[in-house]
Write a protein that binds this ligand. Structure first.
Ligand SMILES: [Zn+2]
Length: 263
């Protein structure tokens, strides 16, 4: 494995060397299994990781069980276009996750994205497979919906897995948001660290479960736009407090999204 150097741009408080970043990525994958938001080999995770002046990312490999993953299995890819849309330039023996386009495109388009988590978690996927969930996403049935940055959590329209079209739809659904559902597929969350992205993915899964439960009882009672604007304002205030927000965030410890990249 070549040139695993420490970079100045390592996220503040994040991994300081590429080996550390690789180990943190594997730890996040194992946490996804422990939290049961990963199904089989379907999830994938990445972290923004530059090598010197070359912007890039580390991403989980395609079709490898997390329990068997070692640091050399993770794939470093430059963010710059490679040899062709279907032939990414990679460093390492393995092929990147089939959803590498989503990860790459998010890092190119979203400076606030330092880590990206994708999962086929059961309840988010349940909603994403229903016409209602696809049309409305997760509406403001609970104030914590604002944790993803807006008054709802959108659902990206269906496209074939691994396609550029899916990445395009996902980026559109994530406009002004840090999480979305993917129709007939799963969920996507980004954050200023692996921990933040995983925490947000877990929060979206929990919201999906509760929303699904509410739908069993009938129509949900929704918060209106004015109230969600107040909630979003409060979340911005908490975020402004910085790291202290972690201990005092609304919702009993779940952090509001951190829009400012830590790097
Ligand atoms: Zn997937």
């Amino acid at each position: 494995m070549s040139e695993r150097v420490a970079v100045d741009s390592a996220a503040a408080g994040g991994p300081q060397s590429e080996d550390d970043a690789r180990a943190a990525l594997i730890a996040t994958c194992l946490q996804m299994n422990a939290l049961r938001i990963n199904q089989g080999r379907s999830g994938n995770v990445s972290i923004r990781w530059d090598r010197g002046a070359a912007q890039g990312m580390l991403v989980t490999p395609s079709a490898l069980a997390y329990e068997r993953m070692v640091v050399d299995d993770l794939v470093w890819m430059p963010l710059a276009p490679g040899a062709g849309p279907d032939r990414p330039v990679v460093d390492g023996p393995r092929a990147p996750s089939t959803e590498w386009r989503i990860h790459r495109d998010l890092y190119l388009a979203r400076p606030d994205a330092v880590a990206v988590v994708h999962a086929h978690s059961p309840f988010a996927t349940t909603l994403a497979c229903s016409p209602r969930g696809q049309a409305q996403g997760i509406p403001a049935f609970h104030y914590m919906v604002a944790v993803a940055g807006g008054e709802d959590i959108r659902c990206a329209r269906y496209e074939t897995f691994g396609s550029q079209e899916l990445s395009d739809r996902a980026l559109a659904a994530l406009e002004g948001r840090s999480a979305c559902l993917l129709a007939n597929h799963g969920l996507l969350a980004l954050g200023a660290s692996l921990e933040a992205a995983l925490e947000l993915a877990l929060e979206v899964e929990n919201l999906s479960r509760v929303y699904w439960q509410v739908l069993q009882l009938g129509e949900p009672a929704l918060l209106d736009t004015a109230e969600m604007a107040r909630v979003l304002e409060r979340f911005r205030d908490y975020r402004a407090v910085g790291a202290a927000a972690d201990a005092s965030a609304p919702g009993g410890g779940a952090s509001p999204p951190r829009s400012a990249a830590a790097r």
